[in-house]
Design a protein around this ligand. Structure first.
Ligand SMILES: Cc1ncc(COP(=O)(O)O)c(C=O)c1O
Length: 357
């Protein structure tokens, strides 16, 4: 009996159904299905494909990101950063560190946001597990949201709700008292905390749309962390790398974290590449203690992914795309406010630049 070719062997989201459309080509902001439909790729993989699919520059149909990946593939397809230097990974790490104006001093390159978050958590643990620090009571992570995105944090955390003045502001409160008063969503005690883990706005989760924190919220969190010597980890996987109008979202209120997780637009859908940036205080602490961070994975700092990330970031810089985000973001924010806010079923419209909801 001749074997029957299996169909739908790939498990998508669930066992009962799979996506109907087979995408056979992608160009600009459009996807083409095998039955000939052209679909506007409006979400582009949740804030990922931010350079258009084929990286066109309209009249200059270059393929620079793809070429950077191909060059790496041909020269050295794979080697591991535990044993050798990787040119493209070094290049991307240097670019990222440089992009913070020296506020961060090292970068770890990962393949997914989940892995990058794990790296950040391990670094915080390593920092406080240094015997010289003698702070064993620091055992908690405090994610700034009700249901932490990351199950890893959920196991070892207390939690505070995300900043939402629309739902949470008491009648007697103004924004400034909301940011600092006990009972607001800003944590008022961090004594046991290893780290506060905040997504530095504006999204609460990929599935729940956007929750914009009010101005002053992140400075208030940073102040609490400083008061209690807790680390501040900002998760900018969904809102960094230009999406909210500055390369790093933290720049907008100048709240420099101890650890910064960036992703999505870093590789612009050309390769899975995310990064954790580490500030110099932590790097010094690791160097003094002689500890290394207990994290290693098969494909970390992957040469082709790093080459894609580096070229994507260079293209974004060369074409001034972050300024463009600010420009269109103003429009994208204003139009729904003008058109929808008066509607009785719409309570609030918030978001930032290219990330509204
Ligand atoms: C803030 C944040 N952190 C982490 C992740 C997880 O990233 P990944 O799906 O690459 O594991 C996401 C995914 O959307 C995210 O938005």
């Amino acid at each position: 009996m001749s074997p029957i070719a299996p169909k739908n062997g790939l498990l998508y989201k669930n066992f009962h159904s799979h996506p109907a459309a087979l995408i056979k080509a992608a160009s600009g902001i459009y996807l083409t299905t095998n039955d000939g439909r052209n679909i506007l790729g409006a979400i582009s993989g949740a804030a990922v494909a931010c350079l258009r699919y084929n990286n066109n520059n309209n009249n200059n149909n270059n393929k620079e990101v793809k070429q950077a990946v191909i060059d790496r593939l041909i020269s050295v397809p794979y080697c591991h950063p535990d044993f050798c230097k990787i040119l493209s990974a070094d290049g991307l790490a240097n670019f990222l560190v440089d992009s913070t104006g020296g506020q961060m001093s090292k970068a770890v390159l990962c393949k997914s946001g989940s892995e990058a978050v794990e790296v950040a958590i391990k670094m915080a643990k390593t920092h406080f597990n240094d015997p010289a620090r003698t702070e064993p009571e620091r055992s908690h992570f405090i994610p700034i949201r009700k249901e932490p995105f990351h199950s890893l944090i959920a196991q070892t955390s207390s939690r505070v709700s995300a900043c939402s003045t629309y739902r949470g502001l008491l009648h007697s409160e103004g924004d400034d008292t909301y940011n600092t008063s006990p009972g607001s969503s800003t944590p008022s005690s961090g004594a046991e905390a290893r780290a506060m883990f905040a997504r530095s706005s504006p999204r609460l989760s990929a599935a729940a749309g956007c929750v914009m924190p009010i101005r002053g919220y992140f400075p208030a969190m940073k102040a609490i962390c400083q008061r209690h010597c807790a680390l501040l980890i900002l998760g900018e996987v969904m809102c960094g790398m230009g999406l909210t109008g500055s390369l790093h979202a933290y720049e907008q209120e100048d709240v420099v974290p101890d650890l910064l997780v960036v992703g999505k637009g870093l590789g612009a859908a050309y390769a899975p590449i995310l990064a954790v940036l580490v500030n110099s205080m932590l790097v010094d602490s690791f160097q003094r203690s002689g500890k290394s961070v207990a994290h290693g994975q098969t494909y970390m700092a992957h040469a082709q992914a790093a080459a894609a990330g580096l070229r994507v970031q260079q293209v974004i810089r060369e074409r001034g795309l972050v300024a463009h985000v600010r420009e269109v973001g103003e429009y994208l924010g204003r139009r729904p406010r003008e058109g929808l806010l008066a509607h009785p079923y719409v309570g609030d419209v918030r978001g930032m630049e290219a990330s509204g909801g």
